[in-house]
Design a binder for this molecule. Structure first.
Ligand SMILES: Cc1cc2nc3c(=O)[nH]c(=O)nc-3n(C[C@H](O)[C@H](O)[C@H](O)COP(=O)(O)OP(=O)(O)OC[C@H]3O[C@@H](n4cnc5c(N)ncnc54)[C@H](O)[C@@H]3O)c2cc1C
Length: 475
């Protein structure tokens, strides 16, 4: 085995050159732990190819020498999918040096970007042409096109524009045997059988390496209105969402909810932060309306009318429309600091779940008290993308918990199983947008539909018969 690895390393070094393959611990170690610090692995080496041809050559070598591969983009994933296992035999394959924007076509409103292009760079490139890529998330300074495609990432604009599945128009990927699947040129209509790019989207590096994607762009935002609303219940939040969709469906880009104690934690954590509303409210909604040049002039009036009728219908207890960009940003900061505020407060277990849209209020109202009753001293927090049926369901450890790691490993796992059981009971998904990775693999095996799991296993075997693509993840 050692001889085999040595032969592989020599051939890979010759293929990729001195910068393309390293075993230097200083260069490799920073990439061996996931963003949430839950998993740390070891790697045979770190490969950083610069072209699709190099990726193809490398995968041929991996197949020849039976070397398992762990693809990695920005390492901002939430499920440990880009972290190698413990045995040190897997090749960490970074796509970060493949970071060219191959073409940005303004008339067609599409961009073809290599896998290593960082989301923030993509945003800037589109903005420079009066366009925008309508997907954003907290990890945008690290997350790459390849990672976003491979996890079918979501974020705060899914309500209007969909997740990556809806934004990928074309794809280029290298399969384990080194063949290149090239479907980067999008066709609006194409019925030549299976849509193979959809198979690769969300496959978390278990079927092939995404090397480039052609992505949909939309006109730049000319005007936005950000609204903070105080509500009596999550049921009222759902009614308000339906009201906003009916009034401004084409402009409604974000609809986030959070409970009062979640806002209190952020306000206590974030220097200079304060609640946008004077009174106390059990629930809060953050709403964003956007318009391109064609609807910019009337957006302010429309936002006011939408909120006025919500007041008349008794859907909101109080509301504030941000009066300028700085205030709009301050509202969003409250939402974006939920995770950092939580982390500063002590251990917690996080669940990224979804249930059918209409069931979100019922789910939250049933499962929050059920968790707190079953695990005394814990606090359950449900917040997030109400408009997508996607709730981040976090459970905070009892305040006196000293050993965070032990709590997470023992009680935390029991809590997660309980939450996932509830989600399954409500016909939901245990992974709405973060993927399965190694974090939820056993839970997917425990709770997934056996027919769907068997189908996925057959697809995996067909595309990756040697099982070298990101072993131990997803399936
Ligand atoms: C602060 C913060 C906020 C976040 N908010 C959101 C959010 O709102 N919504 C959301 O969906 N996610 C969110 N994320 C998670 C994360 O940013 C996304 O999952 C993102 O898509 C990961 O991209 P990446 O390049 O970092 O991928 P990595 O973490 O490097 O990899 C993720 C997975 O994709 C595979 N992979 C990576 N590149 C390739 C490739 N080229 N070919 C094949 N497989 C590949 C890896 O093997 C792994 O399984 C957040 C992360 C952070 C840190």
């Amino acid at each position: 085995m050692a001889e085999n690895r040595a032969e592989f390393l020599a051939a890979a070094q010759a293929l990729l050159g001195p910068r393309g393959l390293t075993r230097d611990p200083e260069l490799v170690t920073p990439w061996l732990t996931d963003w949430r610090d839950r998993f740390t692995g070891r790697a045979l080496a770190l490969a950083s190819p610069t072209s699709t041809a190099e990726v193809a050559g490398l995968l041929r070598l991996c197949t020849l020498h039976r070397i398992p591969i762990v693809p990695q983009g920005g390492n901002s994933g939430m499920s440990g999918g880009a972290t190698p296992g413990a045995d040190g035999g897997e090749l960490l394959l970074s796509l970060r040096r493949m970071n060219t924007i191959r073409a940005l076509e303004t008339a067609a409103r599409q961009v073809t970007a290599e896998a290593g292009v960082i989301l923030e760079t993509l945003h800037k490139a589109a903005e420079d042409q009066g366009l925008r890529f309508p997907l954003s998330l907290g990890g945008k300074g690290s997350a790459t096109v390849g990672g976003l495609v491979s996890t079918n990432a979501g974020g705060t604009q899914v309500l209007r524009h969909g997740s990556m599945r809806a934004l990928v128009l074309g794809l280029e990927a290298v399969l384990p045997d080194g063949s290149v699947f090239d479907a980067t040129i999008p066709l609006k209509k194409d019925n030549r059988g299976f849509d193979l790019k959809q198979l690769l989207i969300g496959s978390e590096g278990t079927l092939g390496i995404v090397t480039a994607a052609t992505l949909r762009l939309v006109p730049a935002v000319a005007e936005r209105r950000v609204i903070w609303a105080g509500l009596d219940s999550i049921v009222a939040a759902r009614e308000l969402l339906l009201h906003c969709e009916a009034a401004e469906g084409d402009a409604l880009e974000g609809f986030e909810v959070l409970p009062d104690h979640c806002l209190d934690r952020v306000v206590a954590f974030l220097p200079g932060a304060r609640s946008p509303l004077a009174g106390a409210h059990r629930w809060h909604a953050l709403i964003e309306l956007v318009a391109d040049a064609s609807g910019a002039e009337t957006l302010g009036e429309r936002a006011e009318a939408m909120i006025a009728t919500a007041f008349e219908r008794g859907l909101v207890a109080d509301a504030a429309i941000a009066s300028n960009e700085a205030q709009a940003e301050a509202f969003w900061q409250l939402r974006e600091n939920i995770a950092p505020a939580e982390r500063a407060g002590g251990p917690a277990v996080q669940h990224d779940v979804s249930v059918p849209l209409a069931d979100v209020p019922g789910f939250v109202e049933a499962v929050v008290p059920a968790v707190e009753a079953r695990f005394p001293g814990t606090r359950a927090v449900a917040f997030g993308h109400l408009g997508d049926g996607n709730v981040h369901f976090h459970v905070l450890a009892p305040p006196a918990t000293n050993d965070a790691a032990a709590w997470q490993e023992n009680e935390g796992k029991t809590i997660s199983r309980f939450v996932h059981d509830q989600v399954t009971h409500w016909h939901g998904s245990i992974s709405a947008e973060h993927g399965i990775g190694q974090l939820k693999r056993d839970e997917l095996a425990r709770l997934g539909d056996p027919v769907a799991l068997a189908l996925m296993a057959r697809v995996k075997t067909a595309l990756d018969p040697l099982g070298i693509m990101n072993p131990g993840k997803l399936l």
